[in-house]
Design a protein around this ligand. Structure first.
Ligand SMILES: [Zn+2]
Length: 91
């Protein structure tokens, strides 16, 4: 009879999330667009049109294109001086 094992829940269930970020053109700081993706491949396959984000740094709305964006792993420590992550989720 096989022994019941504790499943490594955190490793099997937790999906790696990448946050789609842009740079504020005025302050050059990272801005969270509020969009998430699971892999660079998925991001590459997605279409983003007319994306806008309200910038927490300069308080204007930035229109952005996919080419402007970069991906940030959600488990990146949020202590970086140039990062501002209002929706950071810690389980
Ligand atoms: Zn800005």
């Amino acid at each position: 009879m096989p022994l019941a094992r504790e499943a490594p829940i955190a490793k099997t269930i937790r999906m790696r999330v990448l946050r789609v970020m842009i740079r504020c053109p005025a302050t050059n700081r990272a801005v969270d667009t509020g969009i998430e993706t699971t892999s660079p491949e998925e991001f590459a396959s997605e279409v983003f049109l007319g994306c806008k984000v309200e910038c927490p740094h300069c308080h204007t709305v930035h229109a952005w294109r996919k080419e402007d964006a970069f991906l940030l792993p959600d488990d990146t420590p949020s202590t970086g001086a140039d990062l501002w992550r209002p929706n950071a989720y810690r389980p």
